[in-house]
Design a protein around this ligand. Structure first.
Ligand code: ATP
Ligand code: LTN
Length: 327
């Protein structure tokens, strides 16, 4: 039997290069090895305000991008979180087994509190519980995530263990798996913050749907430093990040890349990087345009995905309810 993979992506903005290199591309490449469940986590997206029309659009973009990047909806289950009500019900149940202290230690939550203070929503605080529900409903073995999400998967394991301890074996303990290269693509303007869909100015991230010119321009303007050598030096976060993007896309070794750009300056390297990124995204964009030409196609995919996910989630939730005494 194949191991089950579960992963989620938030429709909180237009998908960006970090999502593609750190997550989507790998999900697609490893699709045949696993039994996959990919979820557009719309209930996670609303933990921070999104305009309703934009949310709809982002859900479409995210779904279209996954398919354009090679996720095959006949091989993998691809669905929208809120279509399967069991996710929110299990999240509530798990809430009752998660101590406040565990949640208060979550880095992502702490960062949001720093920005938003008391205005931070209860949804942001409770986010990891819903994420744990997503994962645990499907007897997940592996959760491929970027570095930023590891802590949430650890919390998922902790609450699963606690529940199993009280009520007997119910949940499988998932393993977080991060790629070695590309697990954390940083922003172009501020390379000390990660590239993200929802944060930073428009020059911070490369959207997967950015035009060729915009991609080239953003890369040419990316923050570097006053040195010249194109080398992987972690103390120079700007050029280090650009080199990491290059390495992730081409799969070449650091040595080979440094040799290629030996004696050349940042400008030459940025031009080459622009070409590589444009080339990669061109394929995805072409496929995306084909998929979205039929407006009902994505809806029908999500409907089919929910039909496949629901019986799995329903069975697990019924077991949980029974164990607790709600059944
Ligand atoms: P947001 O800006 O709303 O926080 P995000 O762009 O960080 O969104 P998510 O939807 O939270 O993206 O994450 C989808 C997947 O992409 C996750 O597996 C996440 O770890 C990965 N990911 C997100 N940003 C990066 C990044 N900069 N580098 C590598 N992987 C990333
Ligand atoms: N929190 C994740 C998105 C997410 C997820 C999940 C990832 C929600 N539920 C379940 C893996 C498994 C994020 O921000 N990237």
């Amino acid at each position: 039997m194949k191991k089950r993979v579960f992963s989620g992506i938030k429709p909180s903005g237009s998908p960006q290069l970090g999502n593609y290199l750190g997550a989507i591309r790998r999900w697609a490449a490893e699709q045949d090895e696993y039994d996959n469940v990919f979820c557009i986590v719309d209930l996670h997206a609303i933990t921070e305000y999104v305009e309703p029309a934009e949310l709809k659009q982002y859900i479409r973009e995210q779904t279209g991008m996954l398919i354009a990047s090679g996720i095959d909806p006949d091989k993998s289950i691809l669905f929208q979180q809120s279509h399967v009500h069991e996710h929110s019900e299990l999240a509530w149940i798990l809430n009752c087994y998660i101590p406040m202290g565990w949640m208060q230690r979550m880095t992502q939550y702490k960062e949001k509190v720093e920005e938003q203070k008391e205005q931070v929503s209860v949804g942001v605080f409770d986010y990891p519980s819903l994420m744990a529900a997503d994962i645990l409903l499907y007897d997940t073995d592996i959760v491929p995530v970027g570095d930023d999400q590891k802590q949430h998967v650890e919390l998922t394991r902790d609450v699963a263990q606690r529940f199993n301890y009280i009520y007997g074996e119910t949940f499988k303990l998932p393993e977080p798996v991060t790629g070695e290269v590309g697990a954390r693509i940083m922003g172009l303007e501020d390379p000390t913050r990660k590239m993200s869909k929802s944060e930073g100015g428009s020059g911070q991230s490369i959207a997967l749907l950015d035009s060729e010119n915009v991609i080239r321009r953003k890369i040419m303007r990316a923050t570097t430093d006053s040195q010249r050598d194109v080398v992987f030096d972690e103390s120079r976060p700007g050029i280090f990040n650009l080199l990491t993007i290059y390495q992730t896309i081409t799969g070449e070794s650091r040595n080979d890349i440094e040799n290629r750009f030996h004696g050349k300056g940042y400008g030459d390297f940025k031009k080459a990087l622009g070409e590589v990124v444009v080339e990669t995204l061109h394929q995805v964009q072409k496929r995306y345009a084909e998929i979205t030409a039929d407006p009902s196609y994505l809806e029908s995919i999500l409907k089919k995905g929910a039909d496949k996910a629901t019986p799995i989630a329903r069975e697990k939730l019924a077991q949980v309810r029974e164990r607790i005494g709600l059944g």
